[in-house]
Every structure is written in structure tokens, then in C-alpha cells.
Write a protein that binds this ligand. Structure first.
Ligand code: TXA
Ligand code: MG
Length: 324
């Protein structure tokens, strides 16, 4: 079973143990502000292989490389002026940039699944300290079995991958709770490959350019991880529910009761006051709680599709997509 170290109580031991395990080419679960990541030395092929194995993740699906500072980023990718402005404004934070990889980058081709670009981000919080101390980028997908809901707590990671992992760092619940927003700048245009924890409106406000939305889920797979069925709980999922059927689990938003909810297996409200940040932070945990209620179906009430709601609705649609 995995050892769990609370980074709020033993930060120094957490860093020391994490770097020791990473140096041996083993993955470590680390807390980021978005979700918990399954991190390994991005320059070590064996270490990266272990990530794919542990998650049961297809190898054509590239990993995001996490850096602690701009100098580390510059050693591996080439910034265009717009991407640089985005990095300066939003890093450390929930933004991943897809950039051309440098020829001399030591990141192993397995991490980028052989693409000529690299997904790169500078995370906020304890993981950044780990990377800084380790001195090399960490490849890290979300620390969950492929296709399942991303973990927003150490307990989520332990329940899913605890038997396979040596070490989990626990920094408490992830502050943002949704994976990073993925942006690719191409020919001076900003393309959204995945909505996430950074509101697209903030990117548009900073750059003055519109961000182009991805095609409908599954239509084209530009970020190879964006397969239609993803973030799937065990239960079936019903979206935009106007009422609740007997025995369903209900996840709603905005504090408004739905007809029939007294016969629900469980009723959870992502944010009774209608705050999208709070809703994002609760989303994956509530999906897991609803799943654990044993209900065969999880009904979701309507969610606003603006701001962070865009990323939340994206995850819900993937959760509801036909399973492969
Ligand atoms: O918030 C996050 O981004 C979390 C934390 C741990 O940092 N990580 C995460 O990783 O969500 P993952 O592996 O679950 O999702 C990475 C996404 C996938 O959809 C992958 O296809 C895409 O990023 N991606 C990575 N490198 C890419 C590249 N070079 N070109 C296009 N898409 C890329
Ligand atoms: Mg993931």
C-alpha cells in the first residue's frame, strides 16, 4: 500500500521522499491546484512507462510536462509571443500550453507520445516545490485509472491507485478541482483544446483575441486525451434533469430543489449559492459520492454554460457519453 505524507505537517520529509522515489524512476502522486497528478521523471522512459501502465492509459495519449519556473520551461519548448504572455500572466496556474518542443529537450519522446509539440504547465502549490527540488520536469496525468473521474483528494487517489503506488503526497482538497485549460497558439490564433480551471474569458481579456472553441466532443481529437467518454462514474448519467426519478442520485446546482428529489438515493448541491468556482471544486468529489450511493443513475440538474461552467458542462457531457 502507498505511504501517504501530509505536506502541511511534514513538508520537508514529503519533498525528500518524493524526490527519492522519483529518482528511482517510480511515479508519485502529487497535489496540484487542479487535480492530483501521477508524476514521474519526464526524462526517464521507464518512469513514464510506469505511468501509462498504472493508469491503463493508451500510449498515443501524451502527458503534460510540469515545470517549476520559466527557465525550466524554456529549456524544453519554444514560446511564441502570445504563449509567453499567457505564461507570464497565468503561471503558476491552471493553464497548459501546447508548444513546439526544442530539439535539445531531454524530455523523453514517450511523454509527448512522439508528437513534435509538448504540453507544458507550471502548477501552483506543493507540486511546484517538488519539481523545483527535483530539478527536472515531471510528466503527470491525473492520478486516476484511465477513463475514470480525476482525483481531487489524496483519499481519491488512494482508493483508485493506492495498491500500485509507493507514495501519495496529501495537501488537502484540490483548490480548483478541474484539470487545466489547454491552449494551442497556431498562426497567431488561440485554440482551446480543453476547457478547464482557467476561465477562457480571462484569456480573451488578456490577449484581446477570441479563443476558438473545440469542435463538438469527439468530433476531432486534437488533444488525444479528449476522447468522448471520459470522467465516467460507474453509474449511468442523465443530464439536464428537470425532475428526479425514484432511486436516482441527484447532483444539482444553485440551491433549487427538483420535483421528486425526496425519493432520491442522495441529493448533493455543487454550490447552493450558485458559485461556479465552488461548483468546480466539488464536482469530481460529488460524482464519486453519488456513485458510491449505489444508485444506478446519476441525474444532474441544469448547469450554466458560461465561465467555469463551460468546463464543468464539458466534463458532464463526457461523463454522459456512451462508454467504450
Ligand atoms: O490539470 C491538469 O492538467 C492535470 C494536472 C495533473 O496537471 N493533468 C491532466 O493530465 O489533466 P491528463 O493527462 O489527464 O490530460 C492531458 C491532456 C490530454 O488530453 C492530452 O491528450 C493533452 O493534454 N496533451 C498533452 N500533450 C499534448 C500535445 N502535445 N498536444 C495536444 N494535446 C496534448
Ligand atoms: Mg485525466
Amino acid at each position: 500500500m502507498a505511504e501517504i505524507i501530509d505536506t502541511r505537517i511534514e513538508p520537508d520529509r514529503a519533498i525528500e521522499r518524493a524526490c527519492a522515489v522519483l529518482s528511482e524512476g517510480e511515479p508519485v502522486a502529487i497535489p496540484t491546484e487542479t487535480v492530483y497528478g501521477l508524476a514521474a521523471d519526464a526524462t526517464n522512459a521507464d518512469a513514464i512507462s510506469r505511468i501509462y501502465e498504472m493508469k491503463g492509459r493508451p500510449r498515443f495519449n501524451p502527458l503534460i510536462c510540469h515545470v517549476s519556473d520559466m527557465a525550466m520551461a524554456e529549456a524544453h519548448v519554444i514560446f511564441d509571443p502570445i504563449s509567453r504572455r499567457l505564461a507570464e500572466a497565468f503561471w503558476p496556474g491552471p493553464l497548459t500550453l501546447i508548444l513546439p518542443e526544442r530539439r535539445e529537450s531531454t524530455v523523453h519522446a514517450l511523454a509527448s507520445a512522439g508528437l513534435e509539440t509538448l504540453g507544458i504547465r507550471m502548477p501552483e502549490g506543493f507540486s511546484r516545490r517538488v519539481i523545483s527540488h527535483f530539478g527536472r520536469p515531471l510528466a503527470a496525468p491525473s492520478a486516476n485509472t484511465s477513463g475514470r473521474i480525476s482525483p481531487t483528494s489524496a483519499a481519491h487517489v488512494e482508493a483508485d491507485l493506492g495498491a500500485k503506488l509507493r507514495l501519495i503526497l496529501d495537501a488537502g482538497p484540490a483548490e480548483i478541482g478541474l484539470e487545466s485549460t489547454i491552449i494551442k497558439v497556431e498562426a497567431g490564433r488561440l485554440r482551446l483544446l480543453r476547457p478547464g480551471g482557467l476561465d477562457v474569458a480571462e484569456i480573451e481579456a488578456l490577449t484581446g483575441f477570441p479563443v476558438q472553441r473545440p469542435e463538438a466532443a469527439g468530433a476531432t481529437i486534437e488533444a488525444p486525451g479528449m476522447l468522448a467518454s471520459h470522467y465516467a462514474p460507474g453509474a449511468a448519467v442523465r443530464l439536464n434533469a428537470e425532475d428526479v426519478r425514484k432511486g436516482e442520485a441527484l447532483i444539482r446546482f444553485g440551491g433549487k430543489a427538483l420535483p421528486g428529489e425526496s425519493a432520491a438515493a442522495i441529493v448533493l448541491d455543487l454550490s447552493p449559492s450558485g458559485n461556479l468556482r465552488e461548483a468546480a471544486a466539488n464536482l469530481f468529489d460529488y460524482m464519486k459520492k453519488a456513485d458510491a450511493s449505489g444508485a444506478a443513475t446519476i441525474a444532474f440538474g441544469r448547469m450554466p454554460d458560461e465561465g467555469l461552467g463551460e468546463a464543468i458542462v464539458d466534463r458532464l457531457e463526457r461523463a454522459a457519453a456512451p462508454r467504450v
